[in-house]
Design a protein around this ligand. Structure first.
Ligand SMILES: [Fe+2]
Length: 474
């Protein structure tokens, strides 16, 4: 899963980089658009100023060539003036531009909105309108003879105008050419907008391709690594399962080895495992014991097999004695829980808090304790006795009662159940007995299944041992 988390982090990083890329693209594009437009406007402005100067020079040259070369020739209402008025009316400039003629006092004398017929100009506010304020910045000399100036006017109501002036030789009048900047901005926009749209579309397409490519590459690596990860997980699970099966087989083998000293028990251990498992499952179904889970039951099933492993340390004189035991022999027998616990605790310390070995210790050490405190080795009582040991205690006695021994026949199931129920609350936990009573009807069939090797998968690796002596219940 670490690999998957790493992939997801990389995918997030790619998405983050794409987001940053998009942000930079949009902001950069807007800034770039503004710079390009300003540069375009500046370039167009310089070009317009040069064009205006050329228009003014050409118009002045036309007027001069018509013989308008003295103040009298250019006087308002004279034939020369009429020629100048007709000339400014006819000239056509792009983007709203126009030309006019101003006198020595910067007053308008010819304008496209005036007329060559002086009668029609009577009352016109345009005639002799003072353009002086608009000419304050028109001082940049253009042309080779120094008679032409260009610049920008900021004083007109419709915004900035590019203006050029040109003297009409000998008349004291000047040609004045206007070009509104607003028209140039629209020209600039008209030129730059398609360019920026094209760049935006191309940039967006590149980003989409980058995002799609990154996503596909990430997905491909993700799938590949998921496959590797799944393979590794399966291998780990397989190795873990093999390890667990080997451990369980060894534990069960150890139990069978210990049980081999106990003649006439047959498949006692396998039956004990199955009976304990069945009671525990009923307890889990009934509730009230939250510690009882499927894993807990699996550990209990194996731990039950080890309950009497301590008998390997008990003297044969007591263990194999067929008759009644004296006090010394009984004390020897009662050492077996502690012997088992000492052995299992040594294993437990080597296995890093293994819950299975912990369950084995509990069952081996406490399976002879009694609910009323009358058991051994510690005379624990009630719930002070681990639940696993309380369950195995019931299973152990049931199997001992219903199994044939060399000194007794097998007790019928019903009679064994009656004896066990008599000890509920004294020897056995009443709650465990309730669960036992609920499932005990299945025990004879379970015994048949175990003895026919149909129920317990582990039983196949053990050989049944029918040579032991009777020790159950001691
Ligand atoms: Fe025992």
């Amino acid at each position: 899963m670490q690999v998957i988390r790493t992939i997801q982090k990389k995918r997030g990083l790619i998405l983050g980089l794409l987001a940053v890329e998009l942000f930079v693209f949009v902001v950069g594009g807007l800034i770039g658009l503004r710079i390009v437009r300003e540069q375009m406007a500046s370039m167009i402005g310089e070009r317009v100023k040069a064009d205006n100067a050329r228009y003014a020079e050409n118009l002045a040259g036309v007027i001069e060539s018509m013989g308008v070369t003295t103040p009298e020739h250019a006087a308002y209402g004279s034939p020369g003036w009429q020629q100048m008025q007709q000339a400014v009316e006819q000239i056509e400039l792009p983007a709203g531009g126009f030309a006019c003629v101003i006198d020595q006092r910067d007053g308008v004398v010819c304008h496209p909105d005036l007329d060559a017929d002086v009668e029609k100009n009577k009352g016109s506010s345009l005639l002799y309108a003072d353009l002086g304020p608009h000419l304050k910045n028109i001082n940049e000399v253009a042309g080779g003879d120094g008679r032409t100036t260009v610049g920008q006017s900021y004083f007109l109501a419709d915004g900035v105008h590019y203006i050029a002036t040109r003297e009409i030789a000998g008349t004291g009048h000047r040609i004045l050419v206007h070009q509104p900047a607003a028209g140039l901005v629209s020209v600039s926009d008209a030129l730059t907008t398609p360019l920026m749209l094209t760049l935006g579309i191309v940039g967006g397409a590149v980003m989409l391709l980058t995002a799609g490519g990154s996503y596909l590459v990430t997905r491909r690596y993700e799938h590949a690594l998921e496959g590797v990860n799944t393979g590794l997980e399966n291998e780990v699970q397989k190795r873990t399962r093999q390890h667990t099966e080997a451990r369980n087989a060894l534990i069960f083998g150890l139990a069978k080895l210990a049980d081999s000293r106990d003649p006439d028990t047959g498949t006692h251990l396998e039956r004990l495992c199955v009976f304990s498992q069945t009671i525990a499952e009923e307890l889990m179904r009934r509730g009230g014991h939250p510690e009882v889970t499927d894993a807990w039951i699996r550990d209990l099933r194996l731990a039950a097999a080890l309950h009497d492993i301590g008998k390997v340390g008990v003297a044969d004189s007591a263990l194999r004695k067929p008759g009644r035991l004296n006090d010394e022999e009984r004390a020897e027998i009662e050492r077996h829980p502690q012997i088992a616990a000492d052995t299992l605790l040594a294993i437990y310390q080597q296995m890093d808090d293994d819950p299975l070995i912990a369950a084995c210790v509990q069952v081996a050490l406490y399976h002879h304790e009694k609910w009323d405190g009358g058991g051994y080795p510690f005379k624990l009582a009630g719930e002070g006795i681990p639940l696993a040991a309380r369950i195995v205690a019931v299973s152990d006695v049931y199997d001992a009662l219903t199994s044939k021994r060399i000194y007794k026949p097998a007790m019928p199931h019903d009679k064994a159940c009656a004896i066990i129920n008599e000890d509920a609350g004294t020897h056995f936990d009443p709650a465990v007995i309730e669960a036992f009573n609920a499932v005990a009807g299945r025990f004879p069939a379970l015994r048949d299944e175990v003895e026919n090797d149909r129920h317990m998968p582990l039983s196949g690796i053990f050989e049944a041992d029918n040579n032991g002596a009777v020790t159950q219940g001691r």
